[in-house]
Design a protein. Sequence first.
Lengths: 105, 460
Amino acid sequence: MPTMQVGNVTIELDEDGFIVDPDLWSEELAKVFATSEGISELTDDHWKVINYLRDYYKQFQIAPMIRKLCKETGCSLKYIYELFPSGPAKGACKLAGLPKPTGCV
Amino acid sequence: MPEYKGMKQAVRASEEDLRKIHMIPVPDDQKADEALKYLDEMRKKFRSFVTAMESCVKCGLCAENCHTYLGTRDPNNIPAGRADLVRKIYRRYFTPEGRWFGKLVGAEDISLDVIEEWYTYFYQCNECRRCAVVCPFGLDTCEVTMVMRQILHWLGMVPKLHAHVGHAMELTGNHTGLPKPGLVDTLEFLSEEIKDEFGVDVPFPVDKPDSDILYIPSSADFLLNPYTLMGAAMFFHYIGANWTIPSTMAEAGNFGLLFDQQATQRGNVMRLLDAAEKLGVKKIVWGECGHGWRAAKMYIPTLADRPVRWPITHLHDETSYYVQTGQLKLDPGKNNRPVTLHDPCNYGRACGLAENLRITLNACVPDFREMTLNREKNFCCGGGSAILFDDPEMYQLRIKFSQKKADQVRETGVGNNGDGVLCAPCSICKAQLYPMVEEHKLGVEVKGLIDLLGRALVWN
């Protein structure tokens, strides 16, 4: 299984590059993911999306509906794609340390 | 990107993933023997499989009728060619001519290479059954894919996507892994959205005892398809239905149909019956999910271990009835954009659900343009049987698999001004088409049919 080094911590990734253990998430990790996703700098808007996803996941153990994410963060879907070029599921969720969404998505 | 001797493959479930769906992978050095044992078992059980093995005359008609072959020009994606990947083994071990003359009659010894070919190509079939419609012998090559995916499952060769879905279903009762609080939170949010956008108070009852209708949505709707859930709720509310969504079975799909038609598929059926029993409903209504509707309509009656005491209908059998009996006031002007319809393969070819879609659609939109070809002759979106793999190599294949669909949409002209609608009333189709309409630059937005009906309803 692929791993990633963040500071002194070795973090396990799945085949899609998502972290296996969400508890190992750190801001540092989000920054490393950002680089691999081609995001040059994490702005306040990036963090707003990431923090919303993390809070929602903590409460419900699932990613929010994309429409809800847009509404609650005030970011249109188009803008989320600008922030996270791989999109809300494969980009934003990954940076926020959520597992990859499964099912017909 | 997994590859085996140059063949690109879907990421497969790890040993840990497999254990979560109760499978212990067969070690590579035992796979050949085990595969033969399972093949022998399946050929004795399934006449449809044997017929396909014995009767194909390689006329080639299926080639130009399969979108996976048209998109890739890979001979192993010709339905007859795909079936040949197992036919050569079937011939070698289960026919006298194969046993005696081997290669001379196209027979081949089983090997790990062959099994890896199976994994590669039986997961490049969309199980759309278009080949079955055109085959002069009526051979249903999907039946071959189904048998082979079952054998692959028993060998421990399942795509990660399918295994994860199997596990999520067992844990939560839906494919996306939504626990009840998340499900309720989403539905409350959508109630507010309906109020904001349409000005009506529409509740989403969850686990409401003594409901008349048990509505089974696709769980993908909770992440991706807000208007599908909103449309269904508005429809039920409009007709005054006493309805509910079961939190233990918020899933119209049944991936058992797609990788394990035994334990997984049956388990999901029993889960549905339990939910219906518990909530004391009178009828079960199925949401927008193609393979799930086939699994429900065509398989529940024989897979259920108990008598099925409830009629099971599709949402659009219901909507079309209400349209035809004049019980809905609809304003097509609210969907004032050119619309075309993608017939989900499992509706059109497996369940006879084609005319009712059109009855509802025509009542909801002013400018509906049929695709050529359509109904049971329609081409698959390229996502069928949930081969929605998204690692870069497999994603490229999905683009190729959707080429034919893209051509069909373009021919209708609905996207010429960039404001068209591609109505695709199935979750797998939606998940495939959302990115594909962008890849092929079709100028259309993908929507469910109930999405359009919800918008067209006139409330006062």
